[in-house]
Each structure stands twice: as C-alpha cells, then as structure tokens.
Design a protein around this ligand. Structure first.
Ligand code: GLC
Length: 631
C-alpha cells in the first residue's frame, strides 16, 4: 500500500490524498482469513441499529457532538459541564481519582463516579455516561482491589481459562464502583523489550497474544455485554504500538520507542500486530483504541486506511474507536485540523483533557462547515449509541449507578486465591543448579534485596497511580517476605536485609531484585541493565558462601551479567501483583514452576531487538521463547 513517506503533519491536501489512496488501496480490501467471522460480529452491534438511529434522529447537533467527547474527570472545569456539553463519557486516566486523598477509597471512588452519572441523567435525553478506566491488572486504581500479575506474566502461564477468569473478576470489581468501561485488553505484541510498555503485552508471539487477548475479552465482556457483571472492553493500541523502531520516538526523549514509528511493510504489520484485533473483533469487542505511534511515518490516530478501511470495513468492527489520551494533538499544528483529520479517518470518540470545551466548539464548526461530513458525525454517534444499548445503559428499568452490593466481594479472599494461582503459574524457573529449589519449610533462609518487602515493585506501573508509586495504598496485599514467612511457618523465622548482608547464619539466601515501577515512556530503557544496588546485594549474599536464589521482579527480561553466574537458582517473577504468597509457593515447592517464557531473553544488548518473530539466523538468546524449568 502506497503510504506518504513522511506525512507526519497532514495538511488538507494530504488529507485529500489519504482519502484518495483509501479509495484506491486494493490491498486493504483483501479479505482476512476468517474475516467473515468479523462480519458475523457486526450483527451483534447492528442489532441495536434501529434503537440507536431512532435516538439519533431526536438529537441536536450539540447532543451528538457531546457523545463524541471523553474528558478526563480531573480536567472538568465545572461538573455542570457534563450537562452543558452533553458529555457522553468521562475517564479516569492514570492517577485521576478523587481529589482528596481521604476519598481515595472504594466508597470515595464509587461516590465520584455515581456523582458524575447523576449529572448525565439530568440532560434532556438522559443518556448515561460510559466511564472508562485502565483496569489492566485488576481494578488497579482502587485501594483494596486485587492486583493481578501484569500481562507479560500471564503470557507465561499459557492458560486462557485463567486469563478469562481474571477478566471476570476484574469486571465484577470494576462494576462494584459504578464504572462500566475498561481500557483493556492490551493486545500489543512488543518486539523490543527496551520499550517501557513491554509488560503490558502478553507476548512477542502474535498467536499467543491472539489467544489470551480473546480470553481476557470474554472475561471482561462476558457472554453478553448486557450482563450487569460485564464491562465494556477496549482492545489497544491499534496498530503496531509494540513494533516501533528504537530511537524513533520524538515525543518523549530521543532514545525512546514509546509512541515511535513502526517501520514495517504491510505484510509484516498484519502478520505480527493484527492477530489480537482479529480475535477480539471476532469475540465482539465494543471499543478499540488507536495507538499514539505511527506506521511508516503516519500517525495511527489519523490514518483512514487503518481505522476505516482495515478495522471497520475489512475486519467488520462495528463498535467504536476511542482515541488515546490527547493523541489527536500530534496530528497537526492546528487543533481543529487535528480533529478534522482524526474524525474523518474514522475516530469516533476523542479522549481529551483541558481542551474539551475547545474540541466541542471545533467539532461543531467542522460539522457545520462540512469539513467533517454530517454522515461521519452520525456514523460515529450511532456506533457509540449502539454500544450503550448493547451494554444495557439505555434500559430505563436499570440504573446506571453502581451496584454496591457487589462490593462484598471486592478484594475478597476468593479473588485473591485466583490471583495467587496466577502468580504460581506465571513464574519461570530459569536456573536451578544442584536442585537448590524448592526449599524445605525448616530451611534457615536469609531474605534480601529491595524487592523482598515491596508491594510497589511487585505490582509495577498502573497501580493506584499511573507510575505505581503509591505502594502504601495496596491494602490486602502480601509481600514476598510476608508470603514466605506464612508458608515457612512461625517456627521458622526468616532473617532479612535489603543489602544482602547478614546471610552468613542462614542455609540459603533468597535475593529479590528488579525494577522500580514505571509506565509508558518512563520505562523506555537504553540498556536493560540491573540496578547496581541489586548486583551488589547478590554479590554480598554470595560472600556468605551459601546457595543464592535470585528472584527477579521486572516488566521484561533484563541483561543479567554477573548475577546469572552468581545465582544458584534464578526465578523470573515478572510483576506478580498483590499476592506475593504465590512466589513463596514456588520457592517452597507448594507448587511446581510451570511458566514458559512469553518473551525471548537476550544474552546482551547488542542482540536487540530479538524476537521469535524475527530472523532465525540471528536467534541466539540466553533463554529462548518457551523456555522454563520445573522441579
Ligand atoms: C494512556 C495510555 C492508554 C490508556 C489511556 C488512558 O496514555 O496510552 O493505554 O488507556 O492513556 O489512561
């Protein structure tokens, strides 16, 4: 497909050119294998066409435009703007919650969301809000929620049924707060682990992503979107977010990958990055989020070939597209032109912060001037309304407010057991010389490392706040220390030091090291190196002359260096979440390790990017895709 080489800021002429290419691009017209399945899904939302169009006919232009705008709740200048601008949706982006920390509770969050919903119900047509949040490993913004392992860990379980179960529990905990839309599953296929969002992907391997993405969707949306325990899901970030070239990101720093440029031909884009969308569209996903990133120099958020021709026409996607957070801002120097490009490319709803009032005025002007055809506005609003009907939101017999009776199971022991099982299944045993593991309960253990007692490092980013820095607010969580003490039993005290000192009196040292929490471009790495403090802790423990077990808490494979040699046993624990007891279960042999690497583990930096999807001739990793030992 001919793509403008460097059309990074599309001007009206380029917009017209893109539209012309869209009409001529035969390749995108080719049917995907099983695309008919996509078409059958189209029936699911089209079933609500009549109701949606009937409501649309009664709507003013202002009311239509309000449905297409999703401000972050923290950016609302006046809560009355919900009525003033007929807003159809709000979101809580990372860290966007109740203003007062005293309200940062299950009740405080639920009151916040219900409060906004009540304003929406005061509008002329009383169309309820879709309220979106990044519940990407449990209802991770809310204190007391169960925090599941991040997707990179779930990829190592190869357990679709478990992933579906996690989706179901997440949906139930989300619904208990009155929220009805989650920006998950992330079906990215990260190819270079220097990317800060590697851990949000199940795997580097497309088929595994396809399978687990669909499983997560089934859990979240259930067998019917109208089930009160189901939430609207969102497959993201379309397309190629995990395939950007190192150093191609110019938005944040100059070494990055996040929001960069994916420079591959169409066949490669389809082979590696499309499968997760095929499976989730077939499974009836209600929303899809275009990526900040570009494909061969053109921003996905403004690419009609991708958003309309490929997704909506070829795959038969009949839900609606939600932009990423202020993602349309990067399409042009002029904001109104950004909106024109994105909406005409096929974007249906725009996620925005401070400029929601400007966006409202711009969209109205674009519609009245014809720069955005009224047919495009009506199509976008129809798509949004269809999803709201499918979700049961328009059913006057049902309240869109939170069902607080569900809060009885919020963060429950039963939910935590599922999370603990997920931790056990996700750990990958990379080395176990002389059968160092499992330990006996009576083994005298010295536990060391900055990750030994750190819920922050266990949970990683997207936990309570965007960058995962509020570990004091993970109530109900179990650190690895607490988990090991529980499994070993009170008669077998575990000594502890962060720096590895004091191990001499023990029989085995367990050193928990890894990455501090991060999210998005904050996690882009130039070298995947272990922190010196971690290397030192392992070396100090090693000096005690006893076997050393290293447990690595990380969002991706890291370059191990001397630690590989010094470790008698090495466990990749990824970002296991709140249930550190699952790590203890493996250490003490309550369960055998069964995890298989969902990503290739490089020997050295100069091998990157290295992936099972890449050149077999260059594939010489330290641990290959699918590797994992057991007892
Ligand atoms: C972020 C992320 C996206 C998330 C959205 C809302 O920038 O790219 O994954 O869903 O904004 O928080």
């Amino acid at each position: 497909m001919a793509m403008p080489a460097a059309a990074t800021s599309l001007r009206p002429l380029a917009v017209a050119t893109m539209t012309l290419i869209a009409c001529l691009a035969p390749s995108l017209r080719q049917q995907l294998p099983g695309a008919d399945a996509g078409a059958s899904r189209q029936a699911d939302f089209a079933a609500y066409d009549a109701q949606a169009k009937q409501l649309l006919a009664a709507m003013t232009l202002d009311e239509k435009i309000g449905q297409m705008i999703q401000p972050d709740q923290s950016a609302l200048k006046d809560v009355g703007d919900i009525e003033r601008y007929f807003l159809g949706s709000l979101l809580s982006g990372g860290g966007s919650g109740p203003k007062n920390k005293a309200d940062y509770t299950l009740t405080g969050w639920t009151d916040l969301v219900d409060g906004y919903q009540r304003h929406a119900l005061k509008t002329r047509l009383a169309i309820p809000l879709l309220y979106g949040i990044d519940a990407v490993h449990g209802h991770n913004n809310i204190p007391g929620a169960v925090i599941f392992p991040h997707n990179i860990a779930l990829g190592c379980t190869r357990d679709a049924a478990l992933v579906e179960r996690i989706g179901r529990i997440t949906a139930e905990e989300v619904r208990s707060t009155g929220i009805n839309w989650v920006f998950a599953p992330c079906v990215t296929v990260p190819q270079d682990e220097r990317w800060g969002r590697t851990y949000e992907g199940y795997s580097e391997e497309p088929q595994l992503v396809q399978e687990l993405g669909a499983a997560a969707l089934r859990g979240l949306q259930g067998s019917s979107l109208s089930d009160p325990l189901s939430v609207l899901a969102c497959a993201k970030h379309f397309i190629g977010d995990g395939g950007t070239a190192y150093g191609s990101a110019t938005t944040h720093g100059d070494h990055g990958l996040d929001q960069g440029d994916t420079r591959v031909d169409e066949a490669t884009l389809r082979r590696i990055h499309l499968p997760g969308y095929i499976s989730t569209v077939r499974a009836g996903v209600g929303t899809i989020m275009p990526s900040y990133s570009s494909w061969n120099g053109v921003k996905c958020s403004g690419n009609r070939l991708l958003l309309t021709d490929l997704l909506k026409h070829e795959l038969g996607f009949s839900g609606f597209l939600i932009s990423d957070y202020n993602a349309i801002d990067h399409l042009d120097a002029d904001y109104k032109t950004c909106a024109e490009i994105s909406i005409n490319a096929g974007m249906d709803m725009v996620m925005v912060t401070d400029r929601y009032q400007i966006l409202f005025a711009d969209l109205k002007e674009l519609a009245l001037s014809g720069r955005v055809p009224m047919t495009r506005i009506d199509d976008a609003v129809t798509r949004i309304l269809r999803v709201k009907f499918a979700l049961g939101l328009m059913d006057k017999a049902r309240s869109p407010l939170a069902d607080r009776s569900l809060q009885a199971s919020f963060g429950s022991a039963a939910h935590r057991l599922v999370a603990r099982a997920a931790v056990r299944e996700s750990l990958v045993l990379l080395k176990n010389d002389r059968h160092t593991l499992p330990l006996a309960a009576a083994t005298r253990v010295h536990l060391a490392g900055r990750g030994a007692n750190s819920l922050g490092m266990q949970c990683g980013g997207w936990t309570l706040d965007w960058q995962g820095r509020m570990e004091h607010l993970v109530p109900g969580g179990t650190s690895i220390l607490a988990g090991m003490q529980e499994v070993a039993g009170p008669g077998h005290p575990i000594t502890v030091s962060a720096d590895g000192s004091g191990a001499a009196g023990a029989e085995v040292a367990v050193v928990v090291i890894g990455e501090k929490p991060y999210a998005e471009w904050a996690g882009d790495s130039v070298d995947l190196a272990l922190a010196q403090v971690d290397v030192d802790a392992v070396a100090t423990a090693k000096k005690a002359g006893i076997p050393v077990v290293v447990v690595l808490l990380s969002g991706r494979p890291l370059i191990l260096g001397s630690v590989l040699e010094q470790a008698d046993a090495l466990v990749a624990a990824w970002l296991p979440g709140s249930e550190g007891g699952g790590v203890a279960d493996i250490i003490y042999g309550i369960a055998k390790p069964q995890g298989k690497l969902s990503r290739t583990w490089p020997r050295s930096l100069d091998q990157l990017p290295i992936s099972i999807t890449g050149d077999p001739a260059r594939y010489d990793p330290l641990f290959g895709f699918g590797f994992g030992l057991t007892y």
